[in-house]
Design a binder for this molecule. Sequence first.
Ligand code: ARG
Length: 617
Amino acid sequence: MNDKNADGSRPAGSLADEISALLRAGFAAAFPGCPETEAAGRAAPSSKPGFGDFQCSGAMQLARALRIPPRAVAEKAVAAMPASGLVEKAEVAGPGYVNVTVRPEALAARAAAIAEDPAGGVPQTGRGKTVVVDYSSPNVAKSMHVGHIRSTVIGAAIVNLYRALGYEVVGDNHIGDWGTQFGIIIKGWREFVDREALARDPVAELERIYKESNARAKDDPEWMTACRMETVKLQSGDPENRALWQDFIRMSRHTFDEIYARLGISFETTRGESWYQPQLAPMVERLVAAGLAKESRGAIVVDLRDFDPAAAAESRKAVETALAKGDEESAAREDGKWICIVRKEDGGFNYNTTDLATMETRQKDYAPAKIVIVTDDRQIPHFKQLFAISAKLGLVSPETETVHVAFGTITDADGHPFSTRKGGMPKLKELLDEAAARALAIVKEKNPDLPEAEASALAEAIGIGAVKYSDLAMDPATTIRFSWDSILSLQGNSGPYLQYAHARIRSLLAKYAAAFPGEDWRSAPAACAEPLERALARRIVAYPETVAAAAAKCKPSVLADYLYGLAQDYSAFYQALPVLKAGDPAARAGRARLCGAVAEVLKRGLALLGIKAPDRM
Ligand code: ARG
C-alpha cells in the first residue's frame, strides 16, 4: 500500500494500518458480501495497557447491520483473521471489542525501523499529488508583528507535514503589495519622507509615512483626493509611481527575508496580490456573465443569498426587521455576511477579486489536491464566501479541497492584548531578539564554559524553538497566552523541554560509547520486555499515523502533543530503568537502542515543526 520513499526504500509503515488490514480481512472472511466490513476493521491504539496494543470497535457497528450480537461478530472475525508474525494474540473483550496484542519483538523491531527510516515510517500517500499552502503573506510597507508569526510558523509546519507524506508542496507567500494604501504612502512620501530614518529602518519609516498620510486624509479632503490620484496613477502604469512602489516592495521584502532566514523558512513562490491584477477585470466580467454577480448601488457584488433560498428568506427578514427599527448597523452586518463586493463603486477591484483570481490561478498552475490558506480568524467570513463563489464559478475543481486554517490572537499571560511597555504589538524581530537573549542566559547558567559563538548559536536555536513551539503546541484555533517563563521552561510542555530531552539522550549515548567501547547498541534488538519499554515502543510506532493525522487536520499541535507524550514516556522509562547501569549487557544495549530511537523520533518530529534539536544543551 505504501509508496516508496524518495530514496527508493520502502517506508517502515504504519503498524496501525497493518493491524487494521488484518482485522478487515478477518471481518471480510467471516461475513463475506457485507459491505460494512471495510469500515469495521479499524485499529486504534488501546486506551489502557490491559487492553492490548490496539483496539477495534467495529463488531459493534457491524452487529447492527448483521443483526447478530456484537460479541459473536467479534469472535467470528477473530477466528477468521489471517495468521501474522505481528500478532501475539487477538481477544474479544467487553461488549464486543477486539483487543490486539503485538508480539514484543515485532513491536520493538518496528519502533527501531520507524526511527531509522528516512521517512520516519510515514506512508507516502501524497506521492504524485500537490498541495498549495498560502502562508505568512504580510503586507508591504508594514512591519511584521507578533500576529504574523502565527501564520508563518503554523504555515511552515503544515508545509513540512505534507511534504513528509510525500506531497509536492508549493508554499506561496501571498504578500499584500497592491491596493489603495500605496496612493496614501506615495503622497506622504512626496511630502515628508525622512531620508535618515529611511536609511535606518526603511519599513518603520514607510509605516510612519502611511500612518501620518492616512490621518491627514481623514480630515483633509484635498489630501484624500491627492492620495486617490496617486493610486490611480500607479494603477494606470505611471512610471514614477511604479518605480516608487517597486522600491517599497524591495525594501519590505528585504526586511521580511531577514526574518525568514532567521526562522529557517523559505517559499517556493512569492506571488503578491499585484501579480493577479491583469486577471481582475475579466474575472468580474465572467461573474456577471455567469449570472453570479450583479450591480448594486454602483458596485458589482455577489449576493450569496441568491443561491440559498431558505437562508435568504431568513436573512432578508432579519435585514428588514433591523431597518424597521432604524438599526442600520445590524442590517449592514447581516448583508455583509452574504454580500461579496468584487468591484467597488469607484470601479476599483479589491481583496475579494484578487483572491478569486488567485484561486483560479492555483488550480490552473498546480491542479492541487488541496489549497490551504493560513490567516487570523477575522478572515473566516471572507474565505467562506471565497470558497463558495470559487466552487460556483468552477474556478477550482470539485476534487480540490479548500481549507482555511484560521488562528486566534496572541495575548499576554493575563489574557490582555499583547503589548510592549511602549504600547502596541511588539515587532517580530524584537520578540525573537528577546527570546534569544533570555535563552542565552539559561545556556550560560547551565554551561558556563561553552565558547561564546557556540553559546549564542545554541541560544538562537533554543529561543526561536521556544517561540515556535509555544505557537504550534496549541490548536491553531485557540487564543495564545504568551508568557516568557512558560515558553522557556525546561519542565513543562515547551520547546526547550523537548530539545533538552533529545540532548540528554544524545549525551547518554555518548557516555555509553565511552564506557563500553566494544559494544554496538545499534545492532542490538530494541528492548521491549518491561511495561515502560513497551509503552515507549508503542508511542514510537504511532509516529507515522500522528504525522498523517496532523497533516489531514492541518494541526501541527497534534504532532506537538505526541512529542510531548513521547518525552514524558521517556522520562518515566529513564527514571525507572537503568541503561548504563543495567546488569545484563543485552538489556543495556537493547535499552540504548530504544533510547536512540526516541532521540531520532524527537529530532524528526521537531524538524517538522521547524525546530532544531541540538545534540547538547
Ligand atoms: N495579506 C493578508 C493579511 O495580512 C493575508 C493574505 C492571506 N492570503 C490570501 N490569499 N488572502 O491579512
